[in-house]
Design a binder for this molecule. Structure first.
Ligand SMILES: [Zn+2]
Length: 458
């Protein structure tokens, strides 16, 4: 609703700034200025922020005070010093989070948060308002690269039934509608009948953009395409977040929504990390976070261009700093630049989750994309899910595409899996449907056995 957007921009936000000291727009203008800085100036700005965070952590955060003396002699080289600190993986943090809370954190101002826990126990952590506002600022900046303004109407396509239940509470719905100009629809268990209702709701709301999980947006796009329908409203963008965006999903969404598909890379426990620009590159918000990429089995740093485990240091979370936090994603950094006018550094690629990496019998790592790629080149299967329970024991669920199914494709698929993983046992089952996990995300490739027992560096 355009009028609501105007009200939000001109009245609600200035009021929030005056009375609630909300600094999102201020942070956004700082980040907007920074995006035009030269590479060296950007690095220097990030270095200063990192040094100040490290200084704070070794003084006030029990988990890091033992490094105080070492920091004193390395103050000029914050990046180098950071590399000597232990990698913080989720399990270790989850088992013992208290030492990461700053002694100076004001309990009244802490904001509790937790990850969804779709792949295990939820991780609980704290932030404060300024840290949350920095994430928001980064998201609005990323959206502004595509002509989207604060308060522009948005339809969120969510995959989770939990969100829908929350949404049913009228207060929440009112807030979404009038304070955020947002309409939330759940693609979880969406059927043909609902598709018509959703289409009408979206047409009536006239969003500037759609926003949601890749799999949820893809579900809606596929259903529209199958019925030969379009939304029939001009969209500036379709923003995919929270899970890997596969090329076939992007293609289907672009065809169904007739709008560019933009990838947002963030994590509840890692902040807003990178956003896709108009030229299709992922720019890292280096004013907000410091990224490292390491070998997931040894923990040693990798060169730009090499894919490995991403470690995130959120430069503004001073209430509960998590230095070198291993998010669980596999990415590669890039030394390339982009000519779109934004100088934030680039991510070369985001490969998905470490959990999506499989272990071969030879000890190598095979990405889940590999299986996806084989299946996508066959017409026999609508979808699939492969699970590595033990290094030598896997199960494979397949959903047939009845009109074009050929039994020989199963043999070819199994041969492909054996090629990559070696002599493993694979239990095959044909099913009608592969339900998404509790969080609403659908995963094609899941590894249940550990990738590695320990990370060096300690
Ligand atoms: Zn760019």
């Amino acid at each position: 609703m355009p009028a609501t957007g105007f009200w939000i921009r001109r009245i609600q936000w200035p009021l929030m700034e005056t009375f609630k000291e909300n600094r999102t727009r201020q942070y956004m203008s700082e980040m907007l200025l920074a995006q035009s800085l030269e590479k060296e100036a950007l690095l220097e700005s990030q270095r200063k922020k990192l040094a100040s965070l490290l200084d704070h952590a070794v003084r006030h955060v029990p988990a890091y005070t033992e490094f105080a003396a070492e920091w004193e002699t390395n103050r000029d080289l914050p990046e180098r010093f950071l590399q000597r600190l232990p990698i913080l993986d989720k399990t270790r943090f989850r088992m013992n989070p208290d030492p990461y809370l700053s002694r100076h954190a004001n309990p009244a101002k802490l904001i509790g948060n937790r990850t969804g826990g779709s792949t295990g126990e939820p991780t609980r952590f704290y932030l404060d308002r300024p840290a949350v506002e920095r994430y928001e600022a980064a998201r609005w900046l990323g959206l502004s690269w595509h002509g989207i303004n604060i308060g522009d109407p948005c339809v969120m396509i969510w995959g989770s039934p939990l969100e829908l239940n929350q949404q049913q509470q009228s207060r929440h719905r009112w807030k979404e509608r009038w304070l955020k100009n947002r309409l939330i629809l759940s693609a979880y268990d969406m059927d043909e009948k609902q598709l018509d209702t959703y289409r009408k709701l979206i047409q009536r709301f006239r969003p500037t953009y759609l926003y949601g999980y890749a799999s949820a947006l893809y579900t809606l796009a596929s259903m529209l395409k199958q019925r030969g329908l379009v939304l029939g409203i001009p969209l500036k963008a379709v923003v995919s977040t929270a899970e890997s965006l596969y090329e076939h999903q992007r293609k289907t969404m672009e065809e169904a929504f007739l709008a560019p598909v933009i990838n947002e890379y963030g994590a509840r426990d890692g902040g807003m990390i990178a956003y896709q620009c108009r030229k299709g590159h992922m720019h890292i918000f280096s004013e907000n976070c410091y990224l490292e990429v390491v070998d997931p089995t040894t923990g040693l740093p990798l060169y730009p261009g090499e894919a490995g485990a991403v470690l995130v240091t959120d430069l503004h979370n001073t209430v509960m700093p998590r230095l070198r936090y291993q998010l669980g994603d596999v990415v590669a950094l890039s030394t390339q630049t982009c000519d779109c006018g934004i100088n934030y550094p680039l991510l070369k690629q985001i490969d998905g989750r470490e959990d999506d990496m499989f272990i071969s019998q030879q000890g190598g790592l095979v990405h889940g994309h590999y299986f996806n790629h084989i299946v996508r080149n066959m017409d026999s299967f609508r979808t699939f899910q492969i699970v590595q329970h033990e290094p030598n024991h896997l199960s494979l669920k397949l959903v047939k595409e009845p009109s074009s199914y050929q039994p020989a494709d199963e043999t070819r698929l199994l041969a492909g899996i054996h090629d990559a993983l070696g002599d493993v046992s694979i239990q095959v089952a044909y099913v009608d449907h592969i339900p998404p996990s509790a969080s609403g995300k659908t995963r094609y490739a899941i590894r249940e056995c550990p990738l590695t027992t320990a990370h060096g560096m300690e």
